[in-house]
Design a protein around this ligand. Structure first.
Ligand code: F6R
Length: 609
């Protein structure tokens, strides 16, 4: 989704912003632009296409002189990708420039109002409405004009604003779209996320909803909606910059797949102390847990699919009803949520618009919200009642891998934590599970060592047009993720079916040569899955099966090819089974020459509805 960078200092602003925009590319975009402000006024350059093209147009930034500026990568919402619709946008008359992330929902009414007052528009965007609204209220005080405009804009926005009357100042405002301020020495920064500014500073301020900031080279001030100055906490970012770079790998996705053992270790180890699960900041009483009528798990995409796995594990162990819901559905479904419901919101970015809305709705209805989030200081982490961070480090590839795996790991910790609190797990089973969790990173490492086998399998199947995944129980939950990963980055059509459901309709799709990937790690239902494999095989399907080492022999009789994973405790098997499927999707996409880290039409951080 759209990315914003801003700079105010003594250096040439354009090269700094171009470098920041390169780092925001992973969010997904279709056009890019920058504007700088100097005593000569505002100078702007924007284009449909990539930052590299913008870079050429402005001679790596040398062509734009000025030490205050804003940059933007646009992911089209209102209006197609084009030079005109690219940001920054100027007010009619050219005095004010704006970059924007989000959607201004009442833009049509505002546009009509402004047009009636004689404003002319050059683009189809809601952003041009925002800049003209600010300009409409501008009477020499930019901060006041921004505040007046913000009061009238509905929807979500993070805005960076420049005005030629105050060439040493950047103004920023946010509502429901992320925006952070970077505090430097004699220079300050603005960005949609930390990756864009970590090369320059590690000290950041997270702007909250409704807050407005002014940045000059010597000072950053933050104000509430009604322009009362607020004191903000500065947070020091301590992750290593190399974590956001490829480090010799061809793709971020591959690097992130390979980082999973370490990411899982970092997420689990600090929470296993003295053989017990300790979740800092979380202290549910047994009475509260016993009184829960339901646990809801809410998220989007793969984060939602983590919930689908967790539902199987939690219901089985806790005997509490667990319902999974897509955040985009939950928020408008009048969910049956109240004080006796715990809502678990899962999100890597912590900024997914639908998940934020679902979280707010759940809290409004009286439920407690526990979030599982990767990005520190993000909206979901800040607003939920409890937050368990995944320590996956920055995830850059659009398709999630290590965030999925660490989210899964947190759901195991939570399940164990609840079980212990409820007193429904024996000491022996508890210790067995803790030991299984401790061994998880090594088992993932073992799978990664066999990546060449998966690469070979991908070379056999990369030119299929359709691929079907089948599985039962947690394997079914995993087929959903495996299928999503594959279609997302390889553009092969694929579907995931509960294996037992095939003969109720979808088996009609099977014909000679159709590839069916059977996930059969859940050995309790192995016989059943084998029957389903035989059903599709006898109708011409080619079978690739994933199973555990001990079940390999049984499975190999009914499969054309087999992938094995180490035997492990049933609860943690999904963390093992997902890894070959991530590798399979990766190698298939690689063989097809796809844009793996930035698949077409997709954005990393979906900050609009
Ligand atoms: C799929 C993928 C997406 C995200 C989804 C939620 O590979 O990455 O489906 O899982 O957009 O994003 P977060 O976790 O940031 O809320």
């Amino acid at each position: 989704m759209c990315g914003i960078v801003g700079y105010v200092g003594s250096r040439q602003a354009a090269p700094i912003m171009l470098e920041g925009l390169k780092r925001l590319e992973y969010r997904g975009y279709d056009s890019a632009g920058i504007v700088v402000c100097s005593d000569e006024g505002l100078t702007l350059c924007k284009t449909k296409g990539y930052v590299d093209h913008l870079n050429e147009m402005v001679c790596n930034g040398d062509a734009l002189t000025g030490s205050v500026g804003l940059g933007h990568t646009r992911w089209a919402t209102h209006g197609r990708p084009s030079d005109e619709n690219a940001h920054p946008h100027l007010s009619d008359g050219g005095k004010i420039a704006v970059v924007h992330n989000g959607i201004i929902e009442n833009y049509a009414q505002l546009r009509e109002m402004l047009a009636a007052k004689g404003v002319t528009f050059k683009s189809e965007t809601d952003t041009e409405v925002a800049v003209n609204l600010i300009s409409y209220f501008y009477e020499g005080d930019l901060l006041k004009a921004v505040s007046e405009a913000a009061l009238r804009m509905e929807g979500s926005y993070a805005l960076g604003i420049l005005c030629e009357d105050c060439p040493d100042t950047v103004v920023a405002v946010r509502k429901e779209s992320p925006l952070i301020l970077g505090i430097g020495e004699g220079e300050n920064f603005l960005a949609s996320d930390v990756t864009a500014l970590i090369r320059h500073t590690r000290d950041v301020i997270y702007l909250e909803d409704g807050e407005i900031a002014t940045l000059t080279k010597g000072e950053v001030k933050v104000y509430s909606r009604d322009l009362v100055e607020v004191k903000k906490k500065t947070t020091h970012i301590d992750w290593d910059i190399s974590a956001a770079e490829k480090g010799g790998y061809e793709h971020f996705m591959f690097k992130e797949i390979m980082e999973q053992p370490e990411a899982i270790r970092k997420t689990i180890t600090p929470r296993l102390r003295g053989g017990r699960v300790v979740l800092d900041g979380i202290d549910f009483s047994p009475e509260y847990i016993k009184g829960l009528r339901k646990i809801y798990i809410v998220g989007c995409g793969s984060a939602y699919l983590v919930g689908v796995v967790a539902k199987y594990n939690m219901e089985k162990m806790l005997r509490i009803p667990v319902e999974t819901a897509l955040a985009s559905e939950f928020r408008y479904a009048s969910p049956l949520v109240g004080e006796d419901t715990l809502v678990i919101c899962i999100s890597q970015s912590g900024e997914t618009a639908d998940t934020i809305a679902a979280m707010r709705e759940a809290r409004r209805l009286g439920a407690k919200v526990l979030s599982i989030v990767n990005v520190m200081g993000s909206t979901i982490a800040n607003e939920s009642d409890y937050c368990v961070y995944t320590w996956a480090g920055p995830e850059i590839a659009v398709a999630t891998t290590k965030a999925y795996s660490t989210q899964l790991a947190v759901t195991y910790l939570l399940t164990l934590y609840f079980a212990e609190r409820l007193g429904i797990i024996s000491d022996e089973s508890y210790s067995e599970l803790v030991a299984a969790l401790q061994m998880l990173p090594e088992k993932v490492e073992e799978i990664l060592k066999n990546k060449e086998h998966i690469q070979y399998l991908a070379s056999l199947y990369f030119n299929k047009d359709n691929i079907f995944f089948i599985g039962r129980n947690i394997d079914y939950a995993l087929t959903l993720e495996a299928s999503l990963k594959l279609k997302e980055i390889s553009y092969i059509h694929s579907d995931a079916y509960a294996a037992g459901e095939l003969k109720h309709g979808t088996i009609s799709l099977i014909e000679d040569g159709t590839l069916v990937i059977a996930m059969a790690s859940y050995v309790q239902l192995l016989e059943k899955t084998v029957s389903n494999i035989v059903e599709v095989r006898s109708r011409g399907a080619e079978i690739l099966t994933l199973t555990t080492q001990s079940a390999e022999e049984q499975i190999s009789h009914v499969s054309d090819n087999v992938i094995t994973i180490p035997d492990a405790h049933e609860m943690i098997l999904p963390s093992l089974a997902v890894v070959p499927m991530q590798l399979f999707a990766y190698y298939v996409a690689l063989s097809r020459g796809c844009s793996i880290d930035k698949p077409r039409n997709l954005a990393k951080s979906v900050t609009v509805e």
